[in-house]
Design a protein around this ligand. Structure first.
Ligand code: KIV
Length: 292
């Protein structure tokens, strides 16, 4: 199929492929090149074929099929209730949409609560489900106990994105959606865990709701593991937002670290393109408005 054509169906038309037809598929080497030349990496969540294709057309490099879908699609109070089967279903939907428009984005499938906690073998089985569904990488939450799991998956050819700071799957243990890594001891532990995860082979690390200075320090320390911030200030290698938040359509109040990109846009694709532009030129996030 020609990359510039739209794909019409009786029920909807997926957007034409990227406005930049010469864009190369995003890969780990390409993300490393971006990092090395100081270009910020952009990531948005998407959970279905159409929004994934729109995000690709808007120019984001990475799509996270996040377990946040439990909250924004399924109406759950937290991500704890999301199952591996649900993640497989949404990952497949996203990947099918991307294939129809010959997309170039890197797709990350989120391992849900309970799908990697029992053993490394359980994690491999769960990760295999998402990789077979078409993900290029899996994400898992936590540091310390997850390090050997990350090593196990990476040694078996599965790229891994780690996730530290506010880890929503452990919201009950953390006592709510709170900033993490405050104070010397907590900051040191987070830095140590980040380095261990890089050493175990993680090539991306989501840092959620941590102080901007801490995430900037961690970013400088990590050379082959790219930090992707959400509520972590402007010093990370890239930024991620939950799509519904940045479109201003979540069911609650947007957290402080979110900007509603739909406010000044005339289309969803325009809002996503504005997010990409703002991350690339450094205007989002603004540490005075979106960080701790
Ligand atoms: O599930 C998700 O969408 C996430 C992001 C908040 C990073 O983990």
């Amino acid at each position: 199929m020609n990359a510039a054509t739209t794909t019409g169906t009786p029920y909807g038309t997926l957007p034409s492929a990227s406005p930049l037809p010469l864009r190369k598929p995003v890969s780990l080497p390409r993300l490393q090149e971006m990092r090395d030349r100081g270009e910020k990496i952009t990531m948005l969540t998407a959970y279905d074929a159409t929004f994934a294709a729109v995000a690709d057309a808007a120019g984001v490099e990475c799509i996270l099929v996040g377990d946040s879908l439990g909250m924004v699609c399924q109406g759950l109070n937290s991500t704890v209730g999301v199952t591996l089967e649900t993640m497989r279903y949404h990952t497949e939907s996203v990947v099918r949409g991307l294939q129809r428009v010959q997309a170039t984005v890197w797709v990350i499938g989120d391992l849900p609560f309970g799908s990697y906690h029992e053993s490394k073998e359980q994690a491999l089985n769960s990760a295999s489900v998402l990789m077979r569904a078409g993900a290029h990488m899996v994400k898992l939450e936590g540091g310390g106990w997850t390090t050997e799991t990350v090593r196990f998956l990476v040694e078996r050819g599965i790229p891994v994105c780690a996730h530290l700071g506010l880890t929503p799957q452990t919201v009950h243990a953390l006592g709510g959606y709170r900033v993490q890594g405050r104070g010397d001891a907590a900051a040191l532990q987070l830095r140590r865990q980040a380095i261990e995860l890089q050493d175990a082979g993680a090539s991306m690390l989501v840092l959620e709701m941590v102080p901007a200075t801490l995430s900037a320090d961690i970013t400088v320390e990590l050379k082959t593991c790219h930090t992707i911030g959400i509520g972590a200030g402007d010093g990370t290698a890239g930024q991620v937002l939950v799509m519904h938040d940045m479109l201003g359509i979540n069911l609650g109040k947007n957290p402080k670290f979110v900007h509603n990109f739909m406010e000044d846009a005339s289309s969803v694709r325009g809002a996503m393109a504005a997010f990409v532009a703002a991350v690339k030129d450094g205007s989002f996030p603004d540490n005075n408005l979106h960080a701790w």
